[in-house]
Design a protein around this ligand. Structure first.
Ligand code: S3P
Length: 181
């Protein structure tokens, strides 16, 4: 295991970043931080309300500050919000000391997951269709491709996804050590 490097989960809304991050934290005995939850805590209201009351710009600036701060820490598992990639400086900050893993899912799975938590995602309104999600995925494709590792979560169990990530971080650690020695 590459000691100290954060594991940073990126990916579109509803790809399972929070569930995977929680489980990874448990298995690796690391602190798990969910950036959306941290921002909610800071402003004392849910993301949906932050967007409504202060606007997306305010949310993005909080996200920007937090990415900078977390990029300086070590040994964390971090779940980001789906839009963190839109500012390349966020990814640069999080990569300073982190392995970035992108979770992918089929638009159908994303739609089902976001529909289960209706009203919590201001960028996907109630009537969002598969086409809306496909369109947004296309717009963001290039941003998500900056990850060190991409995992297609379709048809995979949580434990399998977690094992793939742990295996990758172990291999990355070995490569780093070999490079140093
Ligand atoms: C966003 C994704 C959300 C949250 C905010 C904006 C986005 O996080 O940060 O609603 O731009 O994709 P999740 O990916 O956890 O839903």
């Amino acid at each position: 295991m590459e000691m100290g490097k954060n594991i940073v989960l990126i990916g579109f809304m509803g790809t399972g970043k929070s569930s995977v991050g929680t489980r990874l934290g448990q298995k690796l005995h690391r602190e798990f931080l969910d950036m959306d939850r941290e921002i909610e805590h800071l402003l004392g209201m849910p993301v949906e309300r932050i967007f409504r009351v202060y606007g997306e710009m305010r949310f993005r600036s909080e996200e920007r500050l937090l990415a900078e701060k977390l990029g300086k820490r070590r040994n964390l598992v971090i779940a980001t919000g789906g839009g963190v990639v839109l500012d390349p400086e966020n990814i640069q900050a999080l990569k300073q000391n982190g392995l970035v893993v992108c979770l992918q899912a089929k638009p159908e799975d994303i739609l089902e997951r976001v529909n289960r938590k209706k009203g919590t995602r201001p960028l996907l309104k109630k009537g969002s269709s598969i086409e809306d999600i496909q369109e947004m995925l296309k717009q963001r494709e290039a941003f998500y491709s900056t990850a060190d590792l991409t995992i297609d979560t379709s048809g995979k169990e949580l434990e399998e996804i977690v094992a793939l990530i742990i295996n990758y971080t172990v291999q990355a650690g070995k490569r780093e050590e070999a490079g140093r020695g």
